[in-house]
Design a protein around this ligand. Sequence first.
Ligand SMILES: *Cc1c(COP(=O)(O)O)cnc(C)c1O
Length: 236
Amino acid sequence: MSTEDRHARLAASLAEIRTRIAGACEAVGRSRQEVTLVAVTKTFPAVDVLALARLGVRDIGENRDQEAAAKAAAVAEKQVEVRWHFVGRLQTNKCKSVARYADVVHSVDRISLVEPLARAVAAHRDHPLHVFAQVSLDQDPSRGGAATSELERIATAITAHSELRLLGVMAVPPLDVDPDSAYRRLVEIASALREKFPEAAALSAGMSGDFESAIRHGATHLRIGSALLGGRPPLG
Ligand SMILES: *Cc1c(COP(=O)(O)O)cnc(C)c1O
């Protein structure tokens, strides 16, 4: 596909998604301003990030450190500024790298990540890193996320570090569950946490197949990949 064709295709799917986001917000009386579209560009090249940035998408999501770091460097080289959101499973030994380019980490799902992340922020950047605590809605470890009973301890650890700012709660809905019921559960969990951590007001929820449901349930950060960029090859 030529660069022009790719750009036109991204523009068309972006327009459609923006219309659907606006419609879902309007349907429940929410302001469109409350909702950030994070374009998840994993497996797609840096030129797609540049094209999206030209179309006004400034929040970019990635799930693997190596790929994200290379893409962030390629985009910075073109003097294009975007905010990088790390949404994937985070390994302790990647904290240092992620802290260099990420503006937001959506996937803090265990206490053992907090100290290494805070230390990496202190060493490698001059402003705090925004983080979501990721909760599991089905206790399936392969999808990431802390048990609900762990969430408060993770939030306590995060808020004890001035290098980190707790934004809220993130979840990936279980595959074979109705998204409305998954997100209802998520809202209960997030509301309970917010009673103790009022700053944790954001909700990272909603992917290509379910973002309208997520908006109905109060999502503030949609992580949308395939609906915007097209199908990805299956994970090897
Ligand atoms: C890939 C990914 C997404 C985007 O998924 P789509 O279904 O392609 O929209 C969202 N969140 C996380 C954590 C991901 O890894």
